[in-house]
Design a protein around this ligand. Structure first.
Ligand code: NAG
Ligand code: NAG
Ligand code: NAG
Length: 341
């Protein structure tokens, strides 16, 4: 074990240099302070608890390598991503979700991010969400977390103006949120290739996702796969020194008996939904197949919530998009920690 003086120097350097490294990765000063705060608390605990353990140097090393507020910091943060969707639902009286209690999920220590923590995590960030009405519902979940009910009520009519974009800047936290109406994959590709290219700074977080319109109006899974491949190419053509944190908002479970037109009931079958899902997997756009986008698996989440959570068979209650949002925020925390490693 290292003598206390060297321990102190080690701790001080980590607290000082890790956040400086973070600053190099274009995180805002406040986020830097946030993570350096977490690091400091963790190191403080490690240094004071260490003497009570015989093999304390092992514990200290783990806490330096994986500086996280987790109860059991045994898993490196990157190995927690696959467990983010391990959630369970209770149905009565209203649907409520929570992360399940299996061992790996427990070790990852996922937390429901509060308004305050989200404000710190996202302070100074630009979040761009492009897609269809589901993407709009995710933006609503984000605004519900960040704003008080009164300000939310005043902006909701603008957010839900049919087929339109929506922009908001939350000045006190420097958070900028853009929703871009992009019902077709082609719209997302155009946006990546043309519209956000010349902007001096890229968004910090991007959420992309579409497919319902394609399924209804084109109804051809291999064509959909080709369109999603073009989105992937456009992502790789971004000339950003650091890729934004990127997410793919998956298609929801479809409840045939609730779909509100004959055309929808005929074209938007679960067989088609599966074929569309296979095509997305085949493009390898998703992180789980080595691609750049982390899946927000709305299909799984909406299935967990159940048919009672949808009126029209494809758009779900807020609780489903809230779960997707919390998964996204926890993924952002994991990715920030990974960049520290
Ligand atoms: C966000 O950052 C700004 C400027 O860095 C700071 O003044 C403000 O207090 C921060 N807000 C929160 C909620 O952290
Ligand atoms: C999206 O793409 C479709 C088909 O290419 C096009 O007709 C429509 O104008 C585009 N919408 C937007 C908002 O760019
Ligand atoms: C579906 O799309 C593929 C690829 O674009 C095309 O080759 C095929 O002809 C389409 N199938 C139908 C039935 O239109």
């Amino acid at each position: 074990m290292l003598p206390p003086a060297q321990l102190a120097i080690l701790a001080a350097s980590v607290v000082l240099f890790v956040p400086m490294g973070l600053a190099g990765w274009h995180l805002s000063r406040t986020k830097m302070l946030f993570f350096s705060g977490i690091l400091f608390i963790f190191l403080f605990a490690a240094v004071h608890v260490a003497p009570y353990f015989l093999s304390a140097s092992h514990l200290l090393l783990a806490s330096v390598l994986f500086p996280s507020p987790r109860p059991y910091p045994l898993l490196p943060p990157s190995s927690c991503l696959p467990f983010l969707h391990r959630i369970s639902w209770t149905r009565a009286p209203d649907p409520v979700w929570s992360w399940d209690r299996s061992a790996p999920v427990h070790s990852c220590g996922f937390q429901c991010i509060s308004n305050r923590d989200a404000s710190i995590l996202l302070n100074g960030s630009w979040i761009l969400v492009a897609g269809d009405s589901q993407a709009r519902l995710l933006v609503l979940a984000l605004l519900r977390l960040l704003l008080d009910p009164a300000s939310l009520a005043s902006i909701e009519p603008d957010l839900f103006k049919r087929h339109s974009d929506y922009h908001i800047a939350i000045a006190d936290r420097g958070i900028k949120i853009d929703f871009l109406w992009a019902p077709y994959e082609r719209n997302i590709t155009d946006l990546l290739v043309r519209e956000i290219q010349p902007v001096p700074r890229y968004p910090d977080v991007m959420v992309l996702g579409s497919g319902l319109w394609h399924m209804l109006h084109v109804t051809n899974s291999s064509h959909y796969g080709e369109s999603v491949s073009r989105i992937k190419e456009a992502v790789f053509s971004l000339h950003s020194p650091v890729l934004p944190h990127m997410f793919w908002l998956g298609l929801p479970t479809l409840i045939k008996s609730k779909l509100n037109t004959d055309e929808k009931r005929e074209r938007m079958s679960n067989a088609m939904l599966e074929a569309y899902g296979r095509e997305v997997a085949r493009t390898k756009i998703l992180r789980q197949s080595g691609g750049p986008l982390v899946l927000l698996d709305v299909r799984l989440l909406s299935q967990g919530c159940g048919a009672q959570c949808t009126d029209d068979g494809m758009h779900y209650d807020g609780v489903v998009y809230n779960a997707a949002l919390q998964i996204m925020l926890n993924a952002l925390v994991i990715e920030s920690e990974q960049r520290i490693e």
